[in-house]
Ligand binder design. Structure first.
Ligand code: HAM
Length: 434
C-alpha cells in the first residue's frame, strides 16, 4: 500500500525549511521590535468557539471546518484561524491581560477544508498579531505599520494596503438592510450562492467572485457612504495616520472579508506577484469579540499573514538554504570509524563550546563506506574540507575539496578546529547555522 500526503497539505522539505526558518526568525524580530509577545494556543478548540466568532453563516464555518468528536463526545475543531483562540486565551489568563493594551502574536498551522490551488491549502501557516485594549485609530495604524514592516523586512516592498470600514452596531445594521434591499431588487442577476446570502449574510455578496454578479456588485451602495459620524471620523483618522507613516493605501469599499467578528476597520495587503490568491494577509478590528466571549469590554484589532503566500511572494530574497558542511571526517580504514566519529564531535565544538565560540558543521560517514567512496560522498555534500583519521605521523591531514589541495597537517584536534575556524571566518557568513 502506498500512502500520499493528504490533499491540500504539503511536506516542507530540507532546502525549503531553511527559508521557513529564516522567515520565522525575521518576523519574530520585527514583532519583538514593536513589543509583541508570543502566545501558543492548542491546535484544536471547542467547535462552538469558532461558530460564535467566525460566524455561523460564513464559508469557513459552513463548509471548511475540520470537526471531530473526542472519546467523550465533545465536539472539537482544528483551528481555522488564530484570533478566536487567542481571545479565549486572553480572557482565560489574567497575566496576559495585565498589560493594556496587550500586544500578542502567534505562529502556526491552521486548517480549512478549501479547494486547493496555488497559494491555498487545507493546512497552511499563519503569523498573526493582535492588539487588545485600544479603540484608538493609532492602534489601527500601528497594526498596519507592523504588518508592512514585517513584509518590508523580508524584502516584500511592492505591496498595497486595501482599507475599508464595516461600521459599528449603529451604522452596520442600517447598511446591511440597505444592501439587502438593493440586492433583493437585483436578485435575478445574482448567482445561487448570493441569493442564499441575501438571507444569511448579504454583506458577503460584495465579495462574490462569480463574473455574472460583478455588474450588480459594482453598482451597490458603498459602506463608506453609510458610516455613522464616529465611524467615519475613525476611518478618516486611520487614513491620516497611514498617510503620515508613508504607507500606501487605497479605499476598498467592497472589502468585507470572510469572518463575522469585524467592526469598523478591515484591511488586506496584496502583492501583485501572487496571482489569483494575491492577499498576503489581512485583518481588522473586532471591538465586540472579547465581550461576546464573556470577557471585559476590550476593543481589539489584528491581522494574519499567510506564510505560504509570503514565501511565494519573497521567493527571490532570503536564505538560499545551503547546508553544506564545513568539513567531512574521512576514516581511511574500517577500524577508524569510531575515531572519526569522536573527531567529528570534537570539531563541532559540542563537547565544550564556550559562550560566543563558533560551531563547525561537520559530517562523518555512518554507512560503512570505503575510504574512496567516503571521498566521493564528501565531495557530493559540498564540504569545504576533508580531514582524515587516523592521524598520519605527527598530525591530521586536511584537504581543500574545491582546490583538491592538501594543506598543512594539524597536530591536535584543537589545533585543527582553530585552523578550520580561522579559514571559515574569512569567508562564509555564519547565520545559516543554528
Ligand atoms: P483570513 O483573511 O481568513 O483572516 O486569513 C489571513 C490570511 O491567511 C490570508 O490573507 C491568507 O494569506 C492566509 N490564508 C487563509 N486561508 C488560506 C489557505 N487556505 N491557504 C493558504 N493561506 C491561507 C484571518 O484568519 C483572521 N484571523 C485575521 C485577523 C487577525 N483578523 C484579526 N486578527
Amino acid at each position: 500500500m502506498k500512502f500520499q500526503v493528504p490533499r491540500g497539505t504539503r511536506d516542507i522539505l530540507p532546502g525549503e525549511v531553511e527559508r521557513w526558518l529564516w522567515l520565522e526568525d525575521r518576523t519574530r524580530r520585527t514583532l519583538a521590535l514593536y513589543g509583541y509577545r508570543e502566545v501558543r494556543t492548542p491546535i484544536f478548540e471547542a467547535t462552538e468557539l469558532f461558530v460564535r466568532s467566525v460566524g455561523e453563516a460564513t464559508d469557513i464555518v459552513r463548509k471548511e471546518l475540520y470537526t471531530f468528536q473526542d472519546r467523550k463526545g465533545r465536539s472539537l475543531t482544528l483551528r481555522p484561524e488564530g484570533t478566536a483562540p487567542l481571545v479565549r486565551a486572553y480572557i482565560e489568563n489574567a497575566p496576559v491581560r495585565a498589560e493594556i493594551p496587550a500586544r500578542l502574536y502567534y505562529m502556526g498551522p491552521m486548517f480549512r477544508y478549501e479547494r486547493p490551488q496555488a497559494g491555498r491549502y487545507r493546512q497552511f501557516w499563519q503569523i498573526g498579531a493582535e492588539l487588545l485594549g485600544s479603540a484608538k485609530p493609532e492602534a489601527d495604524a500601528e497594526m498596519i505599520d507592523l504588518f508592512r514592516s514585517i513584509l518590508w523586512d523580508v524584502g516584500l516592498r511592492d505591496v498595497i494596503v486595501l482599507l475599508n470600514s464595516l461600521g459599528d452596531s449603529v451604522c452596520r445594521p442600517r447598511y446591511r438592510e440597505a444592501i439587502r434591499a438593493y440586492f433583493m431588487e437585483h436578485q435575478d442577476a445574482l448567482c445561487g450562492d448570493c441569493r442564499e446570502r441575501l438571507d444569511t449574510n448579504p454583506l458577503r455578496i460584495l465579495d462574490c467572485k462569480v463574473p455574472s454578479c460583478a455588474p450588480v456588485i459594482a453598482r451597490a451602495p458603498s459602506v463608506l457612504e453609510s458610516l455613522c459620524g464616529p465611524c467615519a471620523e475613525h476611518f478618516a483618522a486611520v487614513k491620516r495616520a497611514l498617510d503620515g507613516l508613508g504607507i500606501r493605501n487605497e479605499e476598498a469599499p467592497r472589502l468585507v472579508r470572510g469572518l463575522d467578528y469585524y467592526t469598523r476597520t478591515v484591511f488586506e495587503i496584496q502583492s501583485e506577484g501572487l496571482g489569483a490568491q494575491n492577499a498576503v494577509g489581512g485583518g481588522g478590528r473586532y471591538d465586540q469579540l472579547v465581550k461576546d466571549f464573556g470577557g471585559p469590554d476590550t476593543p481589539a484589532i489584528g491581522f494574519s499573514i499567510g506564510m505560504e503566500r509570503l514565501l511565494l511572494a519573497t521567493e527571490s530574497s532570503g536564505e538560499s538554504g545551503t547546508t553544506a558542511p564545513d568539513a567531512c571526517v574521512v576514516a581511511l580504514e574500517p577500524g577508524a570509524a569510531l575515531e572519526a566519529q569522536i573527531l567529528a564531535r570534537r570539531l563541532r565544538g559540542q563537547d565544550d563550546l564556550p559562550e560566543g565560540r563558533k560551531p563547525l558543521r561537520v559530517l562523518v560517514d555512518v554507512a560503512g563506506r570505503s575510504a574512496s567512496s567516503q571521498m566521493k560522498w564528501a565531495s557530493k555534500t559540498g564540504a569545504r574540507w576533508a580531514v582524515f583519521v587516523p592521524k598520519q605521523g605527527d598530525g591530521y591531514a586536511v584537504r581543500d575539496m574545491a582546490a583538491g589541495k592538501d594543506e598543512a597537517k594539524q597536530p591536535t584536534d584543537e589545533a585543527l578546529r582553530e585552523w578550520l575556524l580561522a579559514r571559515i571566518d574569512r569567508g562564509e557568513p555564519r547565520e545559516a547555522l543554528r
